[in-house]
Design a protein. Structure first.
Length: 174
């Protein structure tokens, strides 16, 4: 892979094996940093997601308690109307939060690809350009297959679970 010669702008030079190895190692190091940042972000999002899930369970429990209140009309009708509104809002919010799960799966898939590339770069083997091309094409194929699987999961969830109403009085986060 020719590089720009810093001493003569516009002139290309072939890097020595040592220079190329340093570039490859640095590229692998950067992939590791990006993968680690993805992992940290996903862990933080998961912690926050658990908090949101717990809040939804508390709201659902409060909704159930409010619905069980025995009172005369017209207050009873008003309570029933408000508990239906809470239930509808909870259901809509839970469906919207399913995006987090899909996003986490996709980011995990990307991180796996970054880790695979990092491993290939850091294994220290000298490879020909043809071997590198084959390895990178294999990584791309594996990435594509997993991406298609995730798209299939998303399509199934969107057509089945996302439109189905939540069971009355319950909140289920997956």
């Amino acid at each position: 892979m020719p590089m720009q010669d810093e001493r003569a702008p516009g002139r290309r030079v072939s890097p020595s094996g040592e220079d190329l190895r340093a570039v490859i190692d640095e590229f692998g190091r950067l992939l590791a940093i990006f993968g680690s940042q993805l992992a940290d972000s996903l862990q933080e999002a998961d912690r926050e997601y658990v908090v949101v899930g717990d809040a939804f369970h508390e709201i659902a429990a409060a909704k159930t308690a409010i619905a069980a209140v025995d009172c005369p009309q017209p207050q009873k009708a008003q309570l029933q109307h408000e508990t239906r509104r809470i239930e509808d809002s909870l259901h809509a919010a839970i469906v919207a939060l399913q995006y987090h799960d899909r996003l986490a799966q996709r980011l995990g898939h990307i991180r796996t690809g970054l880790d695979h590339l990092k491993t290939l770069l850091r294994d220290g083997k000298d490879r020909s350009n043809a071997e590198w091309l084959q390895l990178l094409q294999n990584v791309e194929r594996a990435h594509h297959v997993e991406q298609q699987r995730l798209i299939g999961i998303d399509s199934g969830a969107d057509s089945a679970g996302a439109s189905a109403p939540a069971a009355k009085g319950t909140v289920e986060l997956f």
